[in-house]
Design a protein around this ligand. Sequence first.
Ligand SMILES: [Zn+2]
Ligand SMILES: [Zn+2]
Length: 371
Amino acid sequence: MNSKKILILLILSSVISYGQIHSHAGAKAINYPNIEGYLTLKTDLHQHTVFSDGNVWPNIRVQEALRENLDAISLTEHLEYQPHKEDIPHPDRNRSYEIALEEAKEHELLIVHGSEITRSEPVGHSNAVFITDANPLLAEDAATPFAEAKKQNAFVFWNHPAWYAQRPEGNPVLSDFQKERIKNCELHGIEVINTFDYAEESLQIALDNNLTIMGTSDIHGLIDWDYTEKGMHRPITLVFVKERSIEGLREALFKGQTVAVYNELLVGKPEFLIPLIKASVVIKEAIYLPETSVLKVTLENVSSSDLIFENNMPYTFYSKPPLFTITAGETIDLQIKTLETKNKINLELKAMGAYTAPKEHPLISWEIIVN
Ligand SMILES: [Zn+2]
Ligand SMILES: [Zn+2]
């Protein structure tokens, strides 16, 4: 091979590798650690574009997700509510998904095929995700889209149950229609966080009916204007998967392996929420201050949530109140008065921004080995 050929090959291979690694990650990428036995996927499975009542083309949703470092999104257009149909006639309800899929093809971002089944109360709104064809879900009666979604092995969740436009008191009520859907295995999850709203009444419904806990943005405008510019992240669902794929994601959602997150608010079952918070705080060092029994423990918050903790140990802190925050990405020192020097202690903190049930905060424990 002559040197000219080698040069061309080098240029070509650098172009190819550049094509594979190019990224759109923005300054506000979202990060959460994996937990033991699972990969943590960051998902937003409820979003709109001009193909229903949103304001942007589907490719913008893909680019927003890449900027925020999400792992999976779904564009869940209202099947029935089509305010732009004069300008964008839309006989094939799969188009939004197809455009997003094309935009994401050089990236690892998973695009989940979904639709929003849209009815007034008592049926309300529900998202069917992992569908194979949106068109058969468009029907006159309310039961047909749920039966069709089941036929397609879709995961279905109840959207914004507390929405005051449908529930003037701002509280969800599980209707007979929905009870029937749960009994028929046609409704599997519930949003406890939608847009800016967390409803603990929705969390109670999730726990009472063994529904998967979800958090979504339900974005119609721009993520940047609604959240990023205000110093926030959109609500997301962390899904704990065995395998990073559409199938892995679907399986984990059916098993309820989620934590809903909205900035410092984390909502989930203890078996996932506790390991998530535990993995989010990395113990960097633990040493006694010279000639004292004051143990200095250095902690780093590796998550994108500010973590609010309350001391739950028999020991108190030196120069820090019992309620304190480690902001996202921050490293802090705790000075723990252990009264006598120890080789190890259990750091026990109550996570005050986290909920395993209404008004219930999980207790997190780290074994600290003194250096
Ligand atoms: Zn809706
Ligand atoms: Zn929606």
